[in-house]
Design a protein around this ligand. Sequence first.
Ligand code: HEC
Length: 151
Amino acid sequence: MRQILLGAGALALVASCFLAARDAVGEDPAAKPVAGIKDIMLAMNEGEHSIVGHLRTDFGGELDEDGWKVAKARATMLMEAANLLHGMKPPLGADDAAGLAKWKQHVMDYRGCADAAREAADKKDAAAGKAALMSLAKRCKECHADHRKEE
Ligand code: HEC
């Protein structure tokens, strides 16, 4: 009986934490989006420690079975980042329908390059992977020219 009561107490505590968290954000906390465009750029795209940076190293070296798997997962997450970007609004050049359509096109071009990198990793084709990253790198400037504000 004591154990049951203790169990019930613990459950109530967990439930109250959950409710408090839910009240704090007004919806299911696990599902609330938190990343902005800048977070995606810094984590995914910029520098040698980003996902793109790691992929460059992946396709530039010798990969074993696990290495190829990780490379594929990295490219997959770039595609997922594009899925997130697709639903966002950039700080420049997307105030009307035409601008927003342009933004989405840039995002889809970027996603296409990530898809090519993913396929290259799947086929263990380093040359194709490098080519995909080369065209991905061109997408940065093109999108920034239309949608990133000068600082
Ligand atoms: C689909 C469009 C798009 C693509 C593709 C894109 N970017 Fe961006 N990037 C943006 C936008 C928009 C911003 C500005 C975000 C803001 O100011 O809120 C930005 C900002 C940045 C920033 C500044 C982040 C900060 O903290 O201010 C860096 C760095 C960056 N991008 C790197 C890259 C690199 C590297 C690539 C290519 C591998 C890339 N981006 C591809 C749209 C894009």
